[in-house]
Design a protein around this ligand. Structure first.
Ligand code: WTA
Length: 663
């Protein structure tokens, strides 16, 4: 490293607060610090600002109806169509030739969709869905990788008022079936396959396996031909249709966007929780779309002229809000990349930034840690001067990774927004407004205007700055989930019960609990410390330890299992599984391989255990509860916590010795 670089690194290391450049502030969408007071003084009417970014068919009567907490309703009486807002209005406003989607396949092929192209394909696919029998309010499942047909299918669903239910393509057949069953979904759009590190993957085979386990049967499946000649030669079955054939049949067909009530469901998204069954998070048309669009405008600073790239997968909420709905509602160009960041080389991401002159880049700390590990020579070899703003999401980012990102990707010129939010919140909640606030690496920032978040102790009393506590949100916001699909009770028990007076009709007595730990500093900047429930965060992906445990216990020869998250240099957390075998079964590589396979079959490769440790017992309290905290200490090589309440304290040392022997 050159002398100058070393000095720079040393300087950055000491600095704990960074100001946005004057140049950035001068052009920012939001640059007036009064916005915080304006929201506070005029709450909830202030949220009209978000709704005003959309075109409504029918004006809403009321901004917020909080008469029945926690079943809040936003923009009641209003009507709109999400697809119209993301596509038609830009075509009508003279921007039809502006690029909507820039897609790049792993092998380097590209596809460009102008808003006019998007309009045509979305209409044709909406017509095709109708012909297949999809009616308003039918849930359509989309089990697709990063191909342009995925956002097209989402928008087509929105156009005809059919909520979509996107299932991450990396999830297993079983996970697909669970989600289709839970959502009562009779329609599916999928893909023959896709590329990963150069090789074609057979996705249709996995789809068909999943379809066999859909209890209620499926009316129709549409299959996108992604692989062409590289395909696996599957014949389509009776109710399976080829995407291109369907579009050809429609040839220029148009479908009127249906007027949806603001509170009508736009989509469902299943996410992991404490218990084994994934939670079907319900998002609505008016509130969600306003919120995704508002935060894209205010935090990501997206303008219509921008080329914007979020490197998440659309199979997760980040891709829904910040690849598809937010950027398209604002009429900007959104970049989609199919493949992995190191294929064919470790400069692939920077190659894409350079090639498309990306203005804004949004990624996850796990990716940044991998980039750091690979080294700064890869970004240094590319021209990244088009970048204006950087963002991260998914897990806490440590100051070192933040500073690396700021320096080596942003050239110390781009604000970095560290955005805390969740599947349930629909959009960003805690982060700096880049044109208003200074940044403090490691801390996400203050709650956004209009968001009322506090750090409390177990009694719900606010804790002092610097002390760890629990993050809570005291007021509703437009992008919030409305309920868990078909399960209002679980909605209350998962998110509200902990800190609310559940007998009260007064919204002030209702407090949302995201199940994260956090602390706050004197300036109201919040540092999120991580989950406090049994959810672990592997490469920014939320996985329920119970789901993984139940997959492991389903493997022949396993009597009991406990899963915890352990620190991992790149992934953030990794899955550690502690397993007791059944009598008569041998601990060893064969069983270990079957356990890993069992987890991959039940959930997908992302949940693959980093380590499987066989043990004759699990550390349990006298009342029989597994002491997960101790297992986490073991996984992390940390000093062991208190073992005195254990029934079998000696077992912890044994497990520790085994973990050390294996790693
Ligand atoms: C974690 C992803 C710290 C957090 C949008 C949250 C974060 C969970 C951050 C939601 C951040 C997300 N700093 N932690 N900037 N962003 N998290 O539903 O634990 O996949 O509860 O939504 O990720 O994950 P989800």
């Amino acid at each position: 490293m050159a002398q100058g670089d070393t000095e720079l690194e040393a300087r950055l290391e000491e600095q704990d607060e960074f100001e946005p450049s004057e140049e950035f502030v001068a052009q920012a969408n939001v640059s007036d610090s009064d916005i915080y007071d304006e929201f506070e003084e005029n709450w909830p009417v202030c949220w009209e600002r978000a709704a005003d970014l959309l075109d409504w068919d029918e004006e809403y009567d009321e901004v917020l109806d909080d008469s029945n907490p926690p079943f809040y309703e936003w923009f009641t009486g209003g009507e709109l169509n999400a697809c119209y807002n993301c596509v038609d209005r830009h075509v009508e406003n003279g921007d039809k030739n502006r690029v909507a989607i820039k897609w790049e396949g792993e092998h380097g092929e590209t596809r460009t969709y102008t808003y006019q192209d998007l309009y045509r394909e979305v209409n044709e696919f909406a017509a095709a869905l109708r012909d297949l029998g999809v009616e308003e309010d039918d849930v359509v499942t989309l089990y697709m990788p990063m191909v342009p047909e995925l956002p097209i299918a989402m928008l087509a669903c929105a156009r005809i008022g059919a909520p979509h239910n996107v299932v991450f393509a990396g999830f297993s057949a079983e996970a697909l079936a669970t989600r289709m069953n839970a959502a009562d979904s009779r329609f599916l759009v999928t893909c023959d396959g896709y590329y990963r590190r150069g090789d074609p993957l057979d996705h249709l085979d996995k789809t068909n396996e999943g379809l066999d386990s859909v209890d209620h049967g499926v009316d129709a499946t549409v299959v996108v031909d992604r692989l062409g000649d590289d395909g696996f030669g599957h014949d389509l079955k009776g109710n399976q249709h080829d995407w291109d054939d369907l579009l050809d049949e429609q040839g220029g067909e148009r479908v009127e966007p249906v007027e949806r009530d603001a509170e009508d469901m736009l989509f469902l998204m299943y996410t992991s929780g404490t218990t084994g069954q994934p939670k079907g998070v319900k998002h609505t048309t008016g509130g969600y779309l306003s919120y995704a669009t508002w935060t894209s405008h205010a935090v990501l600073d997206i303008e219509q002229e921008d080329t914007y790239w979020c490197s998440a997968d659309i199979g997760w909420i980040t891709g829904h809000s910040y690849i598809v709905y937010g950027p398209l509602a604002l009429g900007s160009t959104t970049v989609m990349y199919e493949g992995t960041p190191d294929f064919p080389n470790r400069d692939r991401m920077w190659d894409i930034v350079e090639k498309y002159a990306v203005d804004i880049f949004y990624t996850a700390p796990t990716a940044i840690r991998a980039f750091m590990k690979w080294g700064s020579k890869y970004p240094a070899s590319r021209d990244l001067s088009s970048l204006r703003l950087l963002g991260t999401v998914g897990e806490p980012i440590n100051p070192r990774a933040w500073k690396w990102y700021y320096e080596h990707i942003g050239n110390e010129d781009c604000p970095v927004v560290d955005t805390w939010w969740q599947t349930e919140t629909g959009g960003m909640m805690i982060t700096t407004l880049p044109g208003v606030k200074n940044m403090k690496p490691g801390s996400a920032g203050p709650p956004l205007p209009g968001i009322d978040a506090q750090i409390v102790d177990t009694n719900g009393d606010e804790v002092k700055p610097g002390r760890a506590g629990y993050l809570t949100v005291n007021k509703p916001w437009p992008g919030m989930l409305r309920t868990l699909y078909n399960n209002d009770e679980r909605y209350i028990s998962e998110y509200w019960e902990e800190y609310s007076d559940t007998d009260s009709d007064d919204p002030d007595d209702w407090v949302y609990f995201p199940e994260d730990g956090a602390k706050v500093d004197e300036d109201d900047y919040i540092t999120v410390l991580g989950r406090v429930d049994d959810v672990i965060n592997v490469s920014g992906h939320r996985l329920g330890t119970m789901e993984i445990e139940s997959a492991i216990v389903g493997v022949e020869g396993v009597a009991e299992a406990a899963v915890v998250g352990g620190n991992h240099e790149v992934k953030g957390e990794a899955v550690y599984a502690y397993v007791i075998t059944e009598d008569g079964y041998e601990e060893g590589d064969d069983l270990r391989a079957r356990i890993i396979e069992g987890v991959e079959d039940a959930i997908g490769p992302i949940a693959r255990p980093e380590q499987v440790v066989f043990t004759p017992e699990l550390p349990k309290t006298r009342s029989g509860k597994i002491m997960r905290r101790l297992l986490e200490d073991v996984a992390n090589g940390a000093e062991l916590g208190n073992t005195s309440t254990l029934r079998n304290p000696e077992i912890v040392g044994e497990i520790e010795a085994k973990v050390r022997a294996q790693s």
